[in-house]
Design a protein around this ligand. Structure first.
Ligand code: DX5
Ligand code: ZN
Length: 215
């Protein structure tokens, strides 16, 4: 059964505690937190303080997605704040193995992410250093976009390498496209709009888990 990770980018910023508690009660597995620096992506979102406060209201793993050009300056503040998994992007001009190593050294999950247009070859040398690969299924920066179906073959390509870590996708995931992702190897689905806009989140999560079990 895949893990469902609601993205708080789609939650009500004035009611994070309410929305995150509702997501946990609804049976979600992780909480996805998007960090944006207005450089790597044309948007700005959240800080270590957001993660620290979320850590106080949920026991679910906090899956922190760093859409930043210079994550090296924020790795320790986010880990200090309670991030369970920290994901950096492969497109940044940085020493990726060193950054992944720093995250793992502190006993947390280290993730690497690819934009839709970035080929898998970009990270083939890092796969054994990453506990998670995050395949962006939209151009990073905003919620509510349409899933880019071209990425499904890249998920299959990663699966076929025998990669044993988590295979996560993010952006435009809904009930009607989840099965095509799961059947190609997905293990974690980030969902913002489709989950936080659903008045009956618990029923929705049950359906998603059933879909992932092929029922
Ligand atoms: C976009 C973010 C996603 C986004 C997903 O850059 O990384 O996590 O919030 O939201 P939906 O599911 O609405 O596309
Ligand atoms: Zn994200």
């Amino acid at each position: 059964m895949i893990k469902i990770a609601p993205s708080i980018l789609a939650a009500d910023p004035l009611n994070f505690e309410r929305d995150v508690r509702a997501a946990e009660k609804a049976g979600c597995d992780w909480i996805h937190v998007d960090i944006m620096d207005a450089h790597f992506v044309p948007n700005l979102a959240y800080s270590p303080e957001t993660v620290r406060r979320l850590r106080e209201v949920t026991d679910l793993p906090l899956d922190v997605h760093l859409m930043m050009d210079n994550p090296e300056v924020m790795i320790d503040p986010f880990l200090d704040a309670g991030a369970s998994c920290l994901t950096i992007h492969a497109e940044i001009e940085r020493d990726i193995p060193a950054l992944l190593g720093r995250i793992r050294k502190r006993g947390r999950m280290a993730g690497i992410s690819l934009k839709p247009g970035t080929p898998l070859e970009k990270i083939s040398g890092y796969l054994d250093m990453a506990d998670l690969v995050l395949m962006m299924t939209v151009e990073p920066g905003f919620g509510g976009q349409k899933l880019d179906a071209r990425v499904i073959s890249k998920i299959r390509q990663l699966k076929d390498t025998g990669y044993r870590g988590e295979i996560e996708a993010d952006g435009g995931i809904r009930e009607d496209n989840l099965e095509s992702l799961v059947s190609n190897g997905l293990t974690v689905a980030v969902m913002g709009t489709a989950l936080f806009r659903d008045e009956h989140m618990a029923a929705c999560v049950r359906r998603l888990h059933r879909i992932s079990r092929g029922e």
